[in-house]
Design a protein around this ligand. Structure first.
Ligand SMILES: [Ca+2]
Ligand SMILES: [Ca+2]
Ligand SMILES: [Ca+2]
Length: 868
């Protein structure tokens, strides 16, 4: 797979106004007292109304009722059900009949079988169903007083098997309640910063099964599981009464409320409020009154969005200001320069232009392109100032270095990775790998069919795989399709820009990597070598590339810690008992599995990547370069001449496979054999005709090919570039950033980077059609000029950036420098989010190798542009 938002808008992003924040906090405390009085008197009413977008709304509070459903690939992604957007921050999710006190990601979630928005009666009803238990429940939400009434209605009683397990749960994100208190029936408590509530152990027979019969818990053979006990119980729970932004009252009308800490079982767990459904009853079996406080006339603090890295003097410089819909736009903003004496000098006060509405906010633009003096600047809008950023000739010069010199080394599989006094991880997965068994649907998306497509028997050891490769993302699998795109980006960067950096020591013989330590070898070639080593090993030992290599057990997969401990690093030995070892092998079945179902598209795309790698490594590691080219041509020949070799002819698309168009191009450049060129051209033009979407693909490949083709090729391409410009100009009408924003399921930053890379090539070859601003737009977006916050999406890059990411160290609420996150997720119908106080949303915060490699290319491309 795969933020303190009120702080994002205030203290974290805008340190200059810390003092004001403190004052407003102090006022908040005073106001809170007033609010309590007001509430008890009901002297103002913040009635929630069902709006025309299908959710309940009042200023400061939105309640979504299954606007977003459990449809994600990774089960409970904490983005579905009844959800509360409380003063601009999504604080609550879930809101469903659930079968555990603290459901984990892979516990069963109900299907939504019906959802009715009843605007006449001002209510939303959903029918939830657990197919496994033939169990339906209706959830009805309707405004009442200053909150909502949530009812659970059953036509048939709770199934006997689920009695005592089925309950209504609503989950609150812990980070919004850290350092805050609660009252339950008048008894006070503090929300724990770290979980320390009581648990008990139950026999496995009592456990409600998890996803696919798997288990997230390693019971060490004891046939038991852990049940978290409530922190507190009562009828009325008051959360954060001291903080009007987070103050919520929950009353159970007939049942008892229990407060749980989901982090007892899983670091990504939330605070859970739960009532058990009564047994043997039908009709309305549960009612909660939920009243989120609404600050009267609340409006969200404007967010001033700009590139945290700053700007080249000659480039367009446009900040975007995001406004609450109740906010009245100001006419002007000001750019200040900070002098060497520490003084603020007004450089430009300019009128703001109104862009209009996008999602739920209004947008203004502040153009300060005319300011070209190098220096330190900040923007002031109203009484709010941004953090400082730079204007200078070299602002982009090193922004790719942490990605290549820190992030990629940390992701290196099968190696010990050290940095100064810190060891990121030991050399893991030396027990790679076993042939995956047949007919498997793995929880991370991998599949095995009815045959292995190899000479190995299910669970037989495949030799030679414990070399090279990267952890794909925040988990620790080798995903071959991402290796392919990553290698293509790295080779493209090497061939275009050289990407001169030697700050990593890599010793394959002793499996040792040291960060900030030159070894006389180009880091980018060392990374290309490392990725290629695993792909070549796949082909040489298996006969073809595999979909991926990953741990078999759920209780391993959620691993948080040193990668070396995800398996025991000893090859599996069936003659030993589980947890028994002879020092060289072990009886614990924890070795990773290779998912070996063969697909033509994966064969082809691997051939393309290895052909590209063979060029990059020719003068660096000739033997490996030769092996790469041999493997590439073998995969091409076996598919092109004998397509019956593969089980899945068109398959592998879901895991990133492609056709033979790009591989034909890569093989042509590597070999200059005309047969590849002819095939490439045969496929390219129809492909451009079919799928000119402006989101890369065929046109990017065409641009990359220009230098290897004749002049007619470029001439013929021109018409497509004109059409492409029409497509990308359309984005300026879609959103104020002028980039393609996609945001459901997984943030769309990869698409934005790809857009900017395509524009770089377009500008390089057709500058009269595509100007350099089309490249900067994409980069500015990644570096902070985007909705929701203004943090750079590249950790450690820019004055302020993502300091909380879904890296392998996410349980520490930390980051890995140079990693690029996916960005914004859209919660239907109108809420974009990228949290900076909670690392566990993979769709928002998970660093992945392919986007990070593409970023290295883009950053180097921009440097070439500014240095021209
Ligand atoms: Ca994965
Ligand atoms: Ca090096
Ligand atoms: Ca093992």
């Amino acid at each position: 797979m795969n933020r303190n938002d009120e702080n994002s808008y205030a203290g974290v992003l805008f340190p200059k106004i810390k003092a004001q924040v403190w004052i407003s906090r102090t006022l908040s405390v005073i106001i809170t007292g007033l609010c309590l009085v007001f509430f008890s008197n009901n002297s103002f009413s913040q009635k929630l109304q069902l709006n025309d977008l299908g959710y309940f709304e009042t200023r400061g509070v939105n309640i979504f009722v299954y606007s977003n459903q459990y449809t994600g690939m990774f089960n409970d992604e904490k983005n579905a059900g009844i959800e509360i957007i409380h003063h601009g921050v999504r604080t609550s999710t879930g809101g469903a009949v659930r079968l555990q006190n603290t459901p984990e990601q892979w516990d069963l979630v109900p299907n939504v079988v019906d959802r009715k928005i009843d605007s006449v009666n001002n209510k939303i009803d959903v029918i939830l169903r657990y197919n496994d238990y033939d169990f339906d429940s209706k959830i009805s939400v309707t405004p009442k007083d200053n909150g909502v009434l949530i009812s659970v209605i059953l036509d048939k009683p709770v199934p006997e098997k689920l009695e005592g397990n089925a309950g209504f749960n609503l989950e609150f994100i812990p980070s919004s309640y850290f350092r805050k208190t609660y009252l339950i029936d008048g008894r006070s408590g503090v929300f724990p910063l770290y979980p320390y509530s009581t648990t008990k152990v139950e026999p496995l027979s009592k456990k409600v099964r998890q996803y696919n019969g798997q288990t997230t818990f390693d019971d060490r053979g004891k046939n038991e599981f852990i049940v978290p006990m409530p922190i507190a119980t009562g009828k009325t729970l008051i959360m954060a009464p001291e903080d009007p932004e987070h103050f919520i009252k929950i009353q159970a009308l007939d049942n008892e409320l229990m407060l749980f800490d989901g982090r007892d079982l899983a670091q990504n767990g939330w605070f859970i409020i739960r009532s058990i459904l009564p047994s043997k009853k039908t009709g309305t079996v549960l009612q909660w009154y939920v009243e989120p406080n609404a600050i009267p006339n609340w409006k969200r603090t404007p967010v001033i969005q700009f590139s945290q890295v700053g700007y080249n003097p000659g480039q367009e410089k446009v900040a975007v200001i995001e406004l609450d819909k109740y906010d009245t736009p100001l006419q002007k903003a000001t750019l200040y320069q900070v002098t060497p004496e520490g003084k603020y000098v007004e450089k430009l006060t300019a009128n703001l232009s109104q862009w209009g509405k996008y999602t739920r906010y209004n947008y203004l633009k502040f153009d300060f392109t005319s300011i070209k003096d190098p220096g330190i600047y900040f923007i002031k809008y109203g009484d709010q100032s941004t953090n400082t950023f730079l204007i200078g000739k070299d602002v982009y010069s090193k922004i790719w270095q942490p990605t290549l010199g820190v992030w990629f080394p940390v992701q290196m599989d099968h190696m010990t990775v050290n940095e100064g006094y810190r060891t990121w991880h030991g050399a893991p997965f030396l027990d790679d790998a076993l042939q995956a068994p047949l007919n498997i649907q793995h929880f991370d998306g991998y599949r095995m069919g009815a045959v292995t497509d190899t000479k190995y028997k299910p669970l037989e050891r495949i030799p030679g795989l414990n070399v090279g490769g990267w952890f794909d993302a925040g988990d620790y699998d080798i995903l071959t399709s991402h290796h392919i795109t990553t290698l293509l980006s790295l080779v493209d960067a090497w061939e275009n820009f050289k990407v001169d950096l030697d700050e990593t020591f890599v010793d394959q013989a002793t499996r040792y990597v040291d960060i900030h330590r030159p070894d006389g070898k180009q880091d980018i070639l060392q990374q290309i070598e490392h990725g290629a080593l695993n792909l070549v090993a796949q082909i040489e030992n298996i006969g073809h590339p595999v979909m991926g290599i990953i741990v078999p057990n759920l209780h391993q997969y959620h691993h948080l810690g040193d990668a070396i401990t995800e398996t025991d690093n000893l090859p599996y030995n069936p003659n030993l008992k589980p947890y028994e070892s002879d020092g060289k092998s072990s009886g614990t079945m924890d070795d990773r599995w290779a998912f070996t179902t063969r697909s033509a598209s994966l064969d082809y795309s691997t051939a393309g990547a290895l052909a590209a790698v063979s060029r990059a490594l020719k003068n660096y590691n000739k033997p490996l370069s030769d092996r790469c080219l041999a493997a590439a041509t073998k995969m091409w020949d076996e598919n092109f001449n004998k397509p019956q070799n593969t089980t899945n002819q068109p398959g592998g698309q879901a895991m990133g496979g492609g056709s033979d168009m790009s591989p034909a191009f890569q093989l042509y450049v590597a070999t200059r054999d005309e047969k590849y060129k002819n095939r490439f051209l045969e496929l390219l033009w129809p492909s451009l005709d079919r799928s000119l979407s402006g989101r890369g693909g065929g046109i990017l490949l065409a641009f990359q090919a220009i230098q290897y083709m004749d002049n007619d090729f470029k001439t013929k391409l021109k018409d497509y570039v004109i059409k492409y410009k029409g497509t990308i100009d359309g984005y300026t009408k879609e959103n104020p950033y002028g980039v393609p924003i996609t945001s459901r399921g997984w943030g769309g930053n990869a698409g934005v980077i790809n857009f900017a890379i395509t524009n770089y090539y377009a500008n390089k070859y057709f500058p009269e059609i595509i100007g350099p601003e089309y490249v900067y737009k994409g980069m500015n977006y990644i570096l902070g000029c985007h909705p929701y916050s203004n943090l750079s999406f590249v950790s450690g890059i820019g004055t302020r950036s993502k300091e909380i990411g879904y890296g392998t160290n996410r349980a520490d609420f930390s980051f890995i420098a140079g990693g690029v996150v996916p960005g914004l997720l859209l919660f239907q119908p109108d809420f974009l989010e990228n949290k900076e106080d909670w690392p566990f949303f993979w769709g928002e915060n998970e660093y992945v190798i392919d986007i990070s490699a593409a970023y290295i290319f883009l950053a180097n491309a921009i440097n070439e542009m500014v240095n021209k």
